[in-house]
Design a protein around this ligand. Structure first.
Ligand code: 13P
Ligand code: SF4
Length: 375
């Protein structure tokens, strides 16, 4: 199956040959990303207490992604905020009555919160937390691509900037991508998909939809290696394999469960295995351990013994979020996310379409459709 998927991927990529993904820019920005300042001991305790107080004083709620630092995830949980995948982060911030939403994650997540809540203040610990998928897909080029294919419905992954969302017909996250494309395919619609080539290829293989794939990629998931995973599975034949669909096809092919971050956490409680090999950012281990205490988790291999990796299973931009810059943004109100109101209004239509659809078909943020058979 891997060979036919790869053949399919290569065939469509011919149609998107003209699109350039600026790998040099992505690598440069990833290398430049500085992890949050570490804090420990009494200073850490003091900062945590201060952040809790500021969240109350400023009528703010903390929404954190599973890939962020454990301290931030605990803080979000303990203060009535939420730790989740991108779909649930968007929904939670939208439904919550707080005047300020603090998003610990990467910039597109803050922008999505602002698009959905133009009247609220959205703050982030850093405005420099990029995402290589977002960087893979610049608005001008995306618009030209859409203009060149007016017969196709433009479906974009949430990991894109507000301008790209504004041009798209639909925004989806990994929790709901399969369901949305299944629905559009059943209506006979042809899809133009951006920016993640692997997630797009996976969705296409599950739904059979006619999809043109933008050649973007996530630097973290792109680095997982199929041969290394095969060797690890041989060493631990009793292990379950959990894979985020931003990973290469040959890695996805070896999974017991493919799905969004929430789906993968849910899988550790559902599957009988006591040991899991996990192909996604290692920040997720905090919630996996919490969900299944006593079970064990191993990072999927990123390369051969001599390989070097840019991310080493941890998103360099997620790692920029920490206690110090979280306290600072709350204290000063700096790092506010702003979205041009007209772009925000148009982006709201494509994001809102996803949220309405999720509500209609009662998709929880678990992406239950994203299960494949063991390899
Ligand atoms: P999820 O929506 O599955 O959390 O994915 C977001 C992301 O950026 C994964 O790399
Ligand atoms: Fe983007 Fe990849 Fe980081 Fe997720 S892990 S935010 S897709 S670069």
């Amino acid at each position: 199956m891997a060979t036919s998927l790869n053949h399919e991927l290569r065939t469509t990529m011919k149609q998107t040959d003209a699109i350039t993904v600026d790998k040099k820019l992505i690598d440069t920005l990833a290398a430049r990303a500085r992890p949050a300042l570490p804090v420990a001991g009494a200073e850490r305790e003091k900062l945590i207490a201060r952040i809790k107080q500021l969240l109350r004083e400023k009528n703010a709620v903390l929404v954190a992604h599973y890939y962020t630092d454990r301290d931030l995830q605990v803080l979000a949980d303990e203060t009535g905020g939420c730790v989740s995948d991108s779909l649930e982060m968007a929904r939670f911030g939208h439904a919550h009555p707080a005047e300020t939403i603090v998003v610990a994650g990467v910039r597109f997540m803050g922008e999505t919160a602002k698009i959905l809540n133009p009247e609220k203040r959205v703050l982030m610990p850093t405005l420099e937390a990029e995402c290589s998928l977002d960087l893979s897909c610049r608005a001008a080029e995306f618009t030209a691509f859409c203009d060149a294919h007016p017969d196709r419905t433009a479906v974009v992954y949430a990991n894109t900037c507000a301008e790209v969302k504004a041009r798209a017909d639909w925004v989806v996250t990994s929790s709901i991508g399969v369901k949305v494309v299944e629905y559009l395919h059943s209506r006979g619609e042809k899809i133009l998909w951006a920016p993640d080539r692997y997630l797009g290829g996976y969705i296409r293989s599950v739904t059979g939809a006619d999809m043109l794939l933008w050649p973007g990629y996530c630097i973290v998931h792109d680095a997982f290696k199929a041969d290394g995973l095969a060797a690890l599975r041989k060493k631990y034949p009793q292990a379950g394999v959990l894979v985020h669909p931003e990973s290469p096809m040959e890695v996805i092919e070896q999974a017991d469960v493919v799905g969004s971050t929430t789906r993968l956490i849910q899988a550790v409680t559902e599957l009988p295995h006591d040991l899991f090999i996990v192909a996604t950012d290692r920040g997720i281990f905090h919630k996996m351990k919490e969900a299944a205490p006593g079970k064990r988790f191993i990072e999927a291999p990123m390369g051969g013994a001599a390989a070097s990796c840019l991310s080493c299973a941890h998103c360099p931009w997620m790692a920029m979020n920490g206690l110090v810059n979280l306290a600072w943004t709350l204290e000063t109100g700096e790092n506010e996310i702003l979205v041009d109101p007209e772009i925000g209004r148009r982006a709201m239509q494509s994001v809102g379409r996803m949220l309405d659809f999720a509500e209609r078909i009662k998709v929880k943020a678990t992406g239950e459709a994203n299960i494949v058979s063991p390899a």
